[in-house]
Design a binder for this molecule. Structure first.
Ligand code: PAF
Length: 283
């Protein structure tokens, strides 16, 4: 596995691979790799000639007062993880190389990036789409892999790719969970012992709500949201940012009768740690 830290070098390598008709799979990450990332990398190695993992803690997607500085950066461990799991390239550029002092260009997907997480993290998705577009131009992927855990991010990236005609397939992969149900996330390390013990309740509540909807015990969106919020607020130190039932394609929140398929989206703070999760409700 080759570690590439320079943007132009990575782009040269990718263009050369393309010229020799190799297919490229890109797994964009911010590092602190876990089994969620592993599922993306494994799928990429099965579906492409070459797999590139990018690790870049992207300052453009963190707001003031967020965890940019304390975000975990276990680079050596991540490097071994990528090597062991058959990545061909680890692309880890510096902030200076990605965003020169004179940097001025940003991509924003309107509307979709303004609600849910966008409301609580203004500018976050603008940072995500900008860096993802840059990573596409640098790595020239045929296929790129994202987890469903960041469901709104996934919808926004799909929209950007479609609207801007990026020649890349977005492959979404299911959320990987701890054995007790907590969605794997690089931010789970922030949870203290008690918070971690309680954190799995989020998934259990989302699952219970989905079940009530699927079995028609609840048919009205407002009632489902009320049930979820009351249950979530029983978790100690939990503050709910949003818990919504939405259309899985447009992400529009359902207000009256729930139409299936639907998706439950959740974000909240457990103590000081921001957690997100979501669950599918099938027909
Ligand atoms: O999901 C993430 O880790 C990040 O938002 C991404 C897509 C790598 C962009 O920085």
């Amino acid at each position: 596995m080759k570690v590439v830290k320079n943007v132009l070098e990575m782009q040269k390598i990718a263009l050369k691979l393309k010229l020799s008709c190799k297919t490229i799979g890109l797994i964009p990450t911010m590092g602190a790799l876990h089994e969620g990332h592993l599922s993306l990398l494994t799928r990429s190695t099965l579906e492409n000639d070459v797999s590139i993992v990018s690790i870049f803690v992207n300052p453009a997607q963190f707001g003031p007062g967020e965890d940019y500085l304390k975000y975990p950066r276990p680079f050596k461990k991540d490097q071994n993880f990528c090597k062991k799991n058959n990545a061909d390239y680890l692309f880890a550029p510096s902030v200076k190389d990605m965003y020169a002092e004179s940097y001025l260009t940003y991509i924003k997907v309107e509307k979709l990036s303004e609600f849910y997480c966008g409301k609580f993290r203004p500018g976050h998705f603008r940072g995500v789409t900008t860096v993802v577009a840059k990573l596409f131009n640098i790595s020239q992927p045929n296929n790129t892999y994202f987890g469903e855990k960041d469901f709104q991010q996934l919808a926004i990236i799909k929209k950007m790719v479609n609207d801007l005609n990026f020649p890349v397939n977005i492959i979404s992969c299911p959320t990987i969970r701890e054995t007790d149900g907590l969605a794997k996330s690089s931010r789970n390390v922030y949870l203290n012992h008690n918070e971690r013990k309680d954190a799995n309740k989020i998934h259990l509540i989302l699952k219970k709500t989905a079940n009530k909807i699927q079995t028609k015990q609840i048919t009205f969106a407002a009632k489902a949201v009320k049930f979820m919020k009351i249950s979530l607020l029983k978790i100690p130190k939990m503050s709910v940012q949003y818990a919504e039932i939405c259309d899985p394609f447009t992400l529009c929140s359902m207000k009256k009768n729930i139409k299936l398929p639907a998706r439950i989206l959740f974000a909240g703070l457990l103590g000081k740690t921001r957690l997100i999760d979501n669950i599918e409700i099938r027909k």
